[in-house]
Ligand binder design. Structure first.
Ligand code: SF4
Ligand code: SF4
Length: 370
């Protein structure tokens, strides 16, 4: 395992982190906790979770695992989050997390899921940011950090405001141009950088050949290629992988242990493959956000990426649980064309909507036939 210092702090973390959002059977807390403990025994020390992940079981699974992990005496750090804008609601959620982990202090606490600049402003105005900083002063949090889906330039703006010691963001070998500026700003300002969604929300392993350009070395799998591209980047502290079995953990650890940094030529090979693929993919930049009937257009178009790349989870799951949107909103579209005009990738959004509607209808029919 490779260990790195988190930003400017003295806290050392494993470069491969455990993302607690993909437990296969969250209702079986003890069995899932065994996977977490196994990861810790194998050298992973960064554990990320959140209230609400896996039907709100993820923090409980982590809490059960931490109880076991403490017995080993080996170090580990925990990261959790709150997306509450209201300061007192955030504080309540933070205290619940502490109880769930039986801890007096959280290593990393994320101002979670900052989606737009307006959302960011509301976190400041409504007290969320102040509550995080107060909790840090009181010793309930060691590192105040944020997690975001903003585009790179806006991530850089939030970083420049100076509230946080680190950032958690979605970044992968297939969407890196979109958040590049944010990662650079984080590195320049001495922030730790935690990568979520390093496999493009499941698109990379499940896309049946579309990402073979990521295999830059003999015998490398597409997943190894995607992860090793990230391990090569000195600006990145930790990459989170959501494990659903001990075997998954072992495979990812073997990939870190066999890793040697990419050469410039190998990095270029990945980057040149990406530019072609990205022509047809939504980058979640949200420049289509001013829909007159408030449809979160980006969520539906990003979900359609998974149809194009022939991978990822079902359409309903992607919309409902990844993006947190009601899939039926798509039927309120009035075809005004405003989003297509605003799209930075010039995507045929109305055609994508048709694909999404069809996929949702097929999934609904499949569910009712079960
Ligand atoms: S075309 Fe539909 S989704 Fe796009 S902005 Fe108009 S109403 Fe919203
Ligand atoms: S649909 Fe276009 S504008 Fe909207 S998020 Fe995707 S790429 Fe950006």
């Amino acid at each position: 395992m490779i260990y790195k210092k988190y930003g400017k702090s003295d806290t050392e973390v494993s470069t491969l982190g455990f993302g607690g959002m993909r437990f296969a059977d969250p209702s079986d807390i003890d069995k899932m906790a065994e996977i977490v403990v196994h990861a810790h025994n194998k050298g992973i020390t960064y554990f990320d979770t959140a209230p609400g992940y896996c039907d709100d079981q993820s923090e409980l699974i982590m809490g059960a695992a931490f109880k076991e992990m403490r017995k080993s005496g080996n170090p580990f750090v925990v990261s959790t989050k709150s997306s509450k804008s209201n300061g007192s609601e955030l504080r309540k959620q933070l205290e619940t997390s502490l109880k769930r982990f039986d801890m007096e202090s959280l290593d990393f606490f994320n101002c979670w899921y900052v989606l737009t600049k307006e959302d960011w402003e509301s976190r400041k105005v409504n007290g969320a940011v102040a509550a995080i900083l107060k909790a840090k002063e009181e010793g309930l949090i060691k590192h105040a950090v944020f997690s975001t889906h903003l585009p790179g330039n806006q991530i850089a703006e939030v970083i420049e405001e100076g509230y946080f010691e680190g950032v958690t963001l979605g970044y992968s070998a297939i969407n890196f141009p979109y958040r590049e500026e944010g990662i650079t700003a984080a590195a320049e300002n001495g922030l730790g950088v935690v990568i979520m969604n390093p496999l493009g929300g499941g698109m990379i392993p499940q896309s049946k050949g579309s990402f073979d350009f990521l295999k830059v070395r003999d015998g490398q799998s597409v997943v190894d290629g995607a992860l090793q591209f990230l391990y090569t980047d000195p600006r990145i502290t930790t990459t989170l992988v959501g494990f659903s079995s001990k075997e998954d953990v072992d495979g990812a650890i073997a990939s870190v242990d066999s890793f040697t940094p990419y050469s410039e030529a190998e990095i270029d090979q990945v980057k040149s493959g990406v530019s072609g693929e990205l022509n047809a993919l939504c980058t979640s930049c949200k420049y289509c956000k001013d829909c007159p009937v408030d449809i979160p257009v980006w969520a539906f178009v990003e979900a359609s990426n998974h149809l194009i790349m022939k991978g990822g989870e079902g359409m309903y799951e992607r919309l409902k649980y990844y993006w947190g949107v009601d899939p039926s909103l798509i039927d309120t579209c009035i075809d005004c064309g405003q989003c297509e005009a605003a799209c930075t990738q010039k995507l045929p959004i109305m055609k994508r909507f048709e694909m999404v509607r069809k996929a949702l209808a097929e999934e609904k029919a499949a569910r009712s036939n079960k």
